[in-house]
Design a protein around this ligand. Structure first.
Ligand code: SF4
Length: 240
């Protein structure tokens, strides 16, 4: 079990260099009706179902450094070429490199929506992060919750159970600052009563959060192998 805040700090030292951050791919993607995507390197969790595991656990060897101008320019050009209205940072965890992220956001044209996909840990830990993000009107945040309880969170991510509370706190901080935000949750390992309890917790933050997005478990790459080796409850229901 590890402290995700400490891992975020350690990882930031590897994946940032001045205002540059490591990325391993720039691509058009079909999600959200078409979105230009920059896949960053480095995360503060170790989710058993992670589809970009190689970059998470091997961030020193993966990717190349790009300035905010490089990143904003690349995803904007992809969006214009493909006639997309949206861009995003994805892959690993975008919030680890705070200044870099804010600088990328500042360079995205106002007519393009920026979707920030995050595990929320750092936004939950520091409310000024949500205040910084609130400056951007073309920003939409999707907080991806891992499991439905503190225990499930820890089983799925390897991190301290308190990280689950930080994910919910991120939603609270973002909503309070007026940032457009919605929760998504990986509930594929969770019994129905836990899912219902999470919905109640979310609706206490804001009634609309009860309608959380359900994240699908996709067996990309070696995800299935990792699941088979993990001693997690419910996992057999998701394996062929
Ligand atoms: S938070 Fe996302 S990138 Fe990080 S380990 Fe989990 S699934 Fe992978």
């Amino acid at each position: 079990m590890f402290d995700p805040i400490q891992i975020a700090e350690n990882t930031a030292k590897i994946v940032t260099r001045g205002d540059k951050r490591k990325y391993y791919r720039f691509r058009p993607a079909r999600f959200y009706g078409g979105i230009a995507t920059a896949d960053c390197v480095g995360c503060c969790l170790r989710c058993i179902f992670c589809w970009s595991w190689r970059e998470v656990v091997n961030s020193r060897a993966c990717g190349h450094f790009y300035t905010p101008k490089d990143v904003a320019g690349r995803i904007t050009r992809i969006a214009r070429k493909k006639h997309f209205q949206k861009v995003r940072l994805s892959g690993n965890e975008p919030t680890i490199a705070r200044e870099h992220l804010l600088n990328v956001l500042g360079l995205i044209p106002f007519d393009i929506y920026f979707i920030l996909e995050t595990n929320g840990i750092l936004i939950g830990q520091d409310k000024t992060y949500a205040q910084d993000l609130a400056r951007f009107e073309n920003l939409y945040v999707r907080v991806s919750i891992k499991g439905t309880t503190r225990e499930e969170f820890s089983d799925l991510t390897g991190a301290d159970p308190a990280g689950f509370d930080l994910q919910l706190k991120a939603l609270e901080n973002l909503h309070r600052e007026g940032v457009k935000v919605h929760p998504a949750a990986m509930v594929g390992f969770s019994p129905d009563e836990n899912i219902r309890a999470l919905q109640t917790q979310l609706s206490d933050i804001h009634p609309s959060f009860k309608n959380m997005e359900i994240e699908e478990l996709v067996l990309y790459g070696d995800v299935e192998k990792r699941l088979r080796h993990a001693n997690l409850p419910y996992k057999t229901a998701y394996l062929p």
